[in-house]
Design a protein around this ligand. Structure first.
Ligand code: ATP
Ligand code: MG
Length: 414
């Protein structure tokens, strides 16, 4: 075992990266509130069946990506690979199905056993939203609008396009499925092994294949459009109208099918070309059958999830905290006084660093390293006189300042 290494596909979020993650999730949380989404947090592990049934036994996630284990009590558990199923489970467990529509925001770690690469990890983080109990296209439109607003606020919208498709209602989907099965059966010998397996279980997923031969076969596959019934066509027209009305541009992508089994009607992805193969930054759709599939009442839903790692790679470096003030006590009495002075300065809202140990030179080097704006040098004699030496570390200017005036003088600097 490579001791002292993080497990494959996991990473430490050192402060600079953690700050980027926080920028992404806080922006999303704040803008979510603007649309009436309330934050929810569900457990990181659930009974395995919470995920396996709704996501679909034959999806990549369930068949090869879940971290599933039996705990010491014999329970079959899984680290959540995504959070929609968990949110729906929470709504059902807490008896919340009466007060619809429900609008939730979440942010947190997800786990999938995948081949790690840039923008793809085994522990990764998602922000996401779900609207439950809203059947009309307005909900789809508002979901997408929030996603778009977040990407704009993070200043990455210019690198991103919205791709849009519909999977229709179950009736349209069944008709399309039949059409696909006969088309792909005619090309069975050329299909990739994965796609042959998909042909029996979930032929729509073949459209999503990245295998070069599959891609060629897909090029002539029948378009979904021809199999959409009137209601599905009408619903999609509403979504597109609404997006147009609020000025959100999109590109229709008839090959967009999404990885999970539970989608109906609208599916969408915000995609960038700036991240190589891992180009999808935010993706979602409508899942009208999911709640019922999980044992709840008939209850429509729509939502999306976005990969925080991928967004964090795209944003500009977020501003750090204000520059600190370094306290540099010289002598025993000063050490003690510095502790209380530090608290007084923090009461005034200043960021204060106490070096804890070392001589003056060493502490000044530390002040330099942490980018301190000013140093406050505190000797035993100065304390007796009720003053401290304030050194402006940018200009080098230095002056004796009465302790009582320090907070105001420092605040004027940072
Ligand atoms: P992909 O096609 O990239 O595998 P997906 O369809 O499996 O994505 P979703 O389940 O829709 O992804 O998850 C939503 C978003 O979460 C993705 O668009 C992506 O930004 C992010 N995401 C998914 N899997 C990973 C991962 N293993 N590492 C990092 N981010 C991920
Ligand atoms: Mg995936």
């Amino acid at each position: 075992m490579p001791a002292l290494q993080p497990a494959r596909g996991t990473q430490d979020l050192l402060p600079e990266t953690a700050r980027r993650h926080r920028m992404v999730s806080e922006t999303a949380r704040t803008l979510g509130e603007l649309y009436g989404f309330a934050e929810i947090a569900t457990p990181i592990f659930e009974f395995t069946e919470v995920f396996s049934r709704p996501i679909g036994e034959h999806t990549d996630i369930v068949s090869k990506e879940m971290y599933t284990f039996t705990d010491r009590g014999g329970e079959e558990l899984t680290l959540r690979p995504e959070n929609t199923a968990g949110v729906v489970r929470a709504v059902l467990s807490n008896g919340l199905t009466q007060s619809t529509p429900l609008k939730y925001f979440y942010s947190g770690p997800m786990f999938r056993y995948e081949r790690p690469q840039r923008g793809r990890f085994r522990q990764f983080h998602q922000i996401g939203v779900e609207i439950l109990g809203a059947a009309r296209a307005q909900a789809d439109i508002e979901c997408i609008a929030l996603g778009w607003r977040i990407l704009k606020a993070l200043d990455i919208a210019k690198h991103v396009v919205l791709e849009l498709n519909t999977l229709g209602d179950p009736e349209s989907r069944a008709a399309y499925r039949d059409a696909l099965v006969s088309y792909f059966s005619a090309h069975h010998a050329r299909l990739s092994e994965d796609s042959r397996r998909r042909l029996e279980r979930n032929p729509l997923r073949i459209l999503d294949s990245k295998d070069p031969e599959d891609v060629r076969i897909n090029a002539d596959a029948p378009p979904f459009d021809a199999y959409l019934n009137h209601a599905s066509r009408d619903f999609f027209a509403h979504v597109r109208d609404g997006l147009g009305r609020i000025g959100i541009a999109y590109r229709l992508n008839p090959r967009l099918v999404r990885g999970l089994d539970y989608y109906t009607h609208t599916v969408f992805e915000f995609v960038t070309t700036d991240l190589g193969a891992q180009g999808t930054v935010l993706a979602g759709g409508r899942y009208d059958g999911l709640v019922e599939l999980m044992g709840g009442p008939a209850m429509p839903g729509v939502g999306w999830a976005a990969g925080i790692e991928r967004l964090a790679l795209l944003i500009a470096e977020p501003p750090g905290p204000p520059r600190p003030v370094a306290l540099v006590p010289i002598g025993e009495a000063a050490e003690a006084a510095a502790l209380t002075l530090a608290e007084t300065l923090r009461d005034a809202g200043l960021v204060v660093d106490l070096g804890y140990s070392g001589n003056v030179q060493r502490r000044m080097r530390r002040a330099d390293r942490i980018g301190a704006r000013a140093a406050v040098l505190l000797g035993d004699d100065e304390i007796a006189a009720g003053v401290a030496t304030l050194r402006d570390l940018d200009s080098g200017a230095q002056a004796a300042v009465p302790l009582g005036e320090l907070p105001a003088r420092l605040k004027a600097l940072v």
